[in-house]
Design a protein around this ligand. Sequence first.
Ligand SMILES: NC(=O)c1ccc[n+]([C@@H]2O[C@H](COP(=O)([O-])OP(=O)(O)OC[C@H]3O[C@@H](n4cnc5c(N)ncnc54)[C@H](O)[C@@H]3O)[C@@H](O)[C@H]2O)c1
Length: 383
Amino acid sequence: MSSRAPKSTYELVLLPGDGIGIEVIAEARALLEQIGPAIGVGFNLDEVPCGGKFYLDHGSRDWPEGAEEKCAAADAILLGAVGWAGPDGAPVTMPGGKMAGWSPVIGNRMKLDLYANVRPVRCLPGTKHGISGQFQSVWRPDKVDMVIIRENTEGLYSGIGERTAERATDVRVITQRASERVIRKAFEISRERGKGAPADGKKRVTCIVKHNVLHGCRLFLDVFRTVGKDFPDIEQDVAIVDAFAMFVLTQPERYDVCVTTNMFGDILTDLASVLQGGMGMAVGCNVGDDHAMFEPIHGSAPPLAGKDRANPMAMLLATGEALGWLGKRYADDRLVRAKKAIDQAVASIVVRGEPLTGDLGGSAPRSAVATAIRDEALRQLSH
Ligand SMILES: NC(=O)c1ccc[n+]([C@@H]2O[C@H](COP(=O)([O-])OP(=O)(O)OC[C@H]3O[C@@H](n4cnc5c(N)ncnc54)[C@H](O)[C@@H]3O)[C@@H](O)[C@H]2O)c1
């Protein structure tokens, strides 16, 4: 990433989407509006409505005309979540079969070439894992600290396929070029993290494939082997996707950085969010060479919408990731400080044990958690 001079004002596009996406984006906005003055940085926040509800209301598009250009011109994008049900109760789709909300999510990933979806998986001290309604500390924070990176522009989400009454196909495209750059990113992140896997401190990149069955995975693995030669200080590791789904929960300490194809990564990172305390804690950074979009990995959670119960932590951590990315890109230490303050604020509230939303075993409303995080982040920045 090329370094430029810090800016006085950064242009951010906010894409609220649907359901709890709208609620958590409002918390991201409030955080940015308070953090900006505290660090002497301006944020121009341009909110663009989008998603399934937008499509239902407007009939032909899942975001307004000009939205794509706004995203392309932004310094960074923050996305809430999309996905809404139509009058028949089924998720709204557009002509051609794409989900309404495709443009801001998958469209942006493809059109802005956000080829790496980087998902940090950390368990913060104090996290209680909710399983069958019981909350207890299952995974040890010192054993869960990995990054899962998924290819973000092709694979099974390439949008190629068709459906008739009797038969449906979804074509999984895996190219050498897209594999090469995301795998290289995985090795670079392992080197940058420097700390390796919690179990043994070894820098290790695990390539998750189903190469015993799938052509695309054979290609992905061949590219992994080739790129890995440029990183002799990093151990190459291979896992078959179905076995990895077990190992990531039973021995998370083995993993430093993992890299995989689009849909495998989509599923595995939701699974891995369990190690973090659930979807309300998990962040996705969609990163290319020139653009980036940051989001919680959760969806619009319609049953939670409008109840002030969604955990805002993932969205606020994603906001911190955006500031960290911008801080690096523009050599702006103010933003890097702000990112650290947000991370520390979330960590201190989790360890304190309140206020927390229901998914983490608490009973506080979203707004109380978000306010506590803002106040704590500002306190950190005032030191
Ligand atoms: N990137 C995106 O915008 C994205 C990602 C995934 C799903 N979706 C869409 O979201 C809609 C709902 O999908 P879903 O139900 O499969 O997934 P979801 O992530 O919305 O919800 C899954 C489960 O996690 C819980 N959950 C999610 N976020 C939470 C939060 N912040 N705090 C507390 N609990 C939280 C929900 O209550 C639910 O039990 C669908 O339309 C789907 O297509 C969008």
